[in-house]
Design a binder for this molecule. Structure first.
Ligand code: ADP
Ligand code: MG
Length: 233
């Protein structure tokens, strides 16, 4: 098995608040991982640390078994950690052209990735005319432009209507089935159950469970986990 990311004893403090506490887990190639926990449990902080946008307090993480620097490793990572940010008056195609320039990716990738997310027929529409679900799909296309080994998504269906939610979840599963490893953060058990093969459950920055989703659901402790999951929602 190929290891994509190893997190060991990671801790992040914001002043007196411990947002992530002694967290360890490993991501293997080809699986779909969920980080599941209520709001404030440390999901986004964890993603921010491994993406080098948040400084850790202590502990370690290493990409691709430490074979490259984090800076180089992140060139093989696609991530959407904030609301999609594109120029509203430009078309989807024009927006992705800019991303290609920044990432040093060939323009031929644009149509390929717009096809993957089902937006090829809307590539000449202005971003401002896109629905929220389409904006999120465009963000996914953008994150896929450099053919990443792993796609990281923070709360990918937040704010979407039921149809948009369904489309994004199907898309994530499709991308995974084509060989891209996925790591997604969600506060929705339902989302993790539907999309993920593996899960790390967080509460107040601490790991409550990590393992296969099907094993979690059939385990004795699942109802306990479920109640923890709902108590701060
Ligand atoms: P989640 O993504 O699971 O909702 P976060 O990782 O965003 O959780 O936040 C974990 C905890 O850290 C929360 O209590 C949050 O308020 C706190 N936190 C996150 N970022 C900061 C920051 N930049 N400064 C201070 N506290 C923060
Ligand atoms: Mg978050």
């Amino acid at each position: 098995m190929e290891t994509i990311l190893t997190i060991s004893n990671l801790t992040k403090k914001f002043g007196y608040l411990t947002a992530v506490k002694d967290l360890s887990f490993t991501i293997q190639k080809g699986n779909v991982y969920g980080i599941l926990g209520p709001n404030g449990s440390g999901k986004s902080t964890t993603l921010g640390i491994v993406l080098n946008v948040v400084n850790k307090t202590s502990g370690e993480f290493s990409w691709f078994e430490g074979q490259t620097t984090t800076h180089d490793a992140l060139k093989k990572v696609g991530a959407i950690i904030e609301n999609p940010n594109f120029y509203p008056y430009m078309t989807a195609y024009q927006n992705l052209k800019l991303v290609c320039k920044i990432k040093g990716v060939d323009y031929s990738k644009i149509d390929e990735k717009l096809g993957v997310v089902g937006l090829l027929d809307r590539k000449n529409s202005k971003f401002s005319n896109y629905s929220l679900g389409m904006k999120q799909r465009l963000a996914i296309a953008s994150a896929l432009l450099n053919d990443p080994e792993i796609l990281i998504l923070d709360e990918p269906t937040n704010g979407l209507d039921p149809q948009g939610i369904h489309q994004i979840r199907s898309l994530i599963k499709q991308i995974a089935s084509e060989g891209t490893t996925i790591l997604l953060a969600s506060h929705l058990l339902d989302e993790v159950e539907k999309v993920c093969s593996h899960v790390v459950v967080l509460r107040k920055g601490e790991k409550l469970y990590s393992g296969r989703v099907d094993e979690m659901i059939s385990s004795h402790g699942f109802f306990e986990l479920k109640s923890v999951q709902h108590d701060t929602l």
